[in-house]
Design a protein around this ligand. Structure first.
Ligand SMILES: [Fe+2]
Ligand SMILES: [Fe+2]
Length: 209
């Protein structure tokens, strides 16, 4: 019963993070002091599409961490996952705010990405803490590389989005490091490859819909 209660709460959270414009921030918006850029329509559209991908990524991060928090065995690890998920909430809030500023809607596929990430996180948690941490480490490594590529592709006048992505990249690198320090195992190459493929499908589709 307890597990079903927990699952229902998690589904409720998943729908909230996927579909609502969540904007509760515990840390300041990194773009708050930057004067609004006057982006032309082409630049706005590029930034908005990139931001929709990052938003989908942060929805997935919620799924991943919450899935792991549900099944991780060691209490210490569970707390770390919960803590990381809370930090990721700032990212989600910043992405929502920036999407709003760019007059763009989030990806319609977000509930799907949340569900998929939640399941993957829960499975990683069941596999044991060192694998679960290994999964976090690898995910965050891929996210850092992805954010860096977005910083390259971003229209150069869009200083606000750049400030957000830069702070997110710092945080994700920290999450990756923390997972490693907590005893992350190195994932097999095939698993890493599979994660990369799933991420590619997600980023390609979220750019458009
Ligand atoms: Fe994040
Ligand atoms: Fe992260």
């Amino acid at each position: 019963m307890e597990l079903i209660d927990k699952l229902i709460k998690e589904i409720d959270k998943g729908l909230k993070f996927s579909l609502q414009n969540y904007q509760e921030q515990s840390r300041e918006y990194p773009a708050k002091d930057i004067v609004e850029d006057s982006l032309n329509e082409i630049d706005r559209s590029i930034s908005a599409s990139l931001m929709r991908i990052n938003h989908a990524g942060e929805v997935s991060a919620q799924g991943l961490y919450r899935g792991q928090a549900l099944t991780a065995r060691l209490e210490g690890t569970r707390e770390k996952m919960d803590e990381a998920a809370k930090e990721e909430l700032d990212h989600l809030a910043w992405c929502n705010k920036r999407l709003e500023e760019l007059h763009e809607k989030p990806s319609v596929l977000n509930p799907l990405w949340y569900g998929l990430s939640f399941s993957m996180g829960a499975i990683a948690g069941l596999a044991g803490d060192k694998w679960s941490l290994g999964f976090v480490h690898e995910t965050e490594e891929q996210v850092v590389r992805h954010l860096e590529s977005h910083l390259d592709r971003l229209p150069k006048d869009d200083k606000k989005t750049a400030a957000i992505l830069e702070q997110m990249a710092i945080d994700e690198a920290h999450h990756s490091e923390e997972a490693l320090e907590s005893g992350a195992a190195e994932l097999p190459d095939n698993v890493k490859k599979l994660m990369g493929i799933i991420a590619k499908v997600m980023t390609k589709t979220s750019y458009h819909i």
